[in-house]
Design a protein around this ligand. Structure first.
Ligand SMILES: C[S@@+](CC[C@H](N)C(=O)[O-])C[C@H]1O[C@@H](n2cnc3c(N)ncnc32)[C@H](O)[C@@H]1O
Length: 230
């Protein structure tokens, strides 16, 4: 007799598989695999890169990123919560709110140069009300985008968590206007039934960036930075 498995059970199995794997491989989160699977396929972070990781606690993405960039690279993790320190000199973390306008300045003081990639797995506290959670998630992704547009070197990459829903399309359109190539992807490690997805944007077009050394804003004549994408 064919057994029909309850959906919640299948969902939990996947969750448990990556939970156990992360534990065995000493990663701080299951989410680590979502990022490493995406990097493996799309190659948007490379050896020697400088990377800003927004919403980085407890630090699984930082671990995956630092493996790729190696000691010639640099990773800065940013979160509302403190992240237990890592032993590598080229990995730093700060406690900061990515929605606070002062955070941009704080990030800049910790960077050796404009980053090659800005990644964001930041999520709000889930309320359980789908529309509310979707709107909050897109809002956070928008804040990550604003930071990325100001920080990235021209040609840099952006990768951010979003939730499926009505506001996603507009967000993607905004991202598309700033990057050469944009894809919405769902890594294997992300549960198929969850509305979580990731927007991957490759090669930022020239625009507003802040020169890390001079702290001045370089502005290309053909592109103006939209401050709000909501
Ligand atoms: C899913 S967790 C990130 C997991 C992480 N990628 C990892 O692999 O360990 C989402 C994080 O977003 C952070 N977050 C939410 N809102 C934030 C904000 N406004 N500024 C900074 N971090 C934020 C939360 O504190 C939480 O730690």
């Amino acid at each position: 007799m064919k057994r029909i498995l309850p959906k919640a059970w299948i969902k939990d199995r996947k969750r448990e598989y990556y939970y156990k794997k992360a534990k065995a491989e000493q990663y701080r989160s299951r989410a680590t695999y979502k990022l490493s699977q995406a990097i493996e396929i799309y190659n948007f972070i490379k050896r020697g890169d400088v990377v800003v990781d927004l919403g980085a606690a407890p630090g699984g993405w930082i671990q995956a990123t630092r493996k790729v960039v190696g000691k010639t690279g640099y990773v800065l993790g940013v979160d509302l919560k403190p992240i237990e320190p890592f032993p590598w000199e080229y990995v730093r973390t700060i406690v900061a709110d990515m929605t606070d306008p002062e955070t941009l300045g704080q990030i800049l003081t910790f960077l050796p140069r404009n980053p090659d990639a800005v990644i964001s797995d930041a999520s709000p506290n889930i309320s359980g009300v789908w529309e509310v959670d979707h709107a909050r998630q897109i809002d956070l992704a928008g804040k990550a985008l604003q930071l990325a547009l100001k920080l990235l070197r021209p040609g840099g990459n952006f990768f951010a968590k979003v939730f499926e829903g009505d506001l996603l399309n507009d967000f993607i359109m905004t991202v598309k206007s700033r990057f050469e190539a944009v894809e919405v992807i769902k890594p294997k490690a992300s549960r198929a039934k969850s509305s979580e997805m990731y927007v991957l944007a490759m090669k930022m077009k020239p625009g507003n960036i802040i020169d890390e050394k001079t702290k001045s804003v370089g502005k290309s004549p053909e592109l103006d930075l939209v401050d709000d994408v909501e």
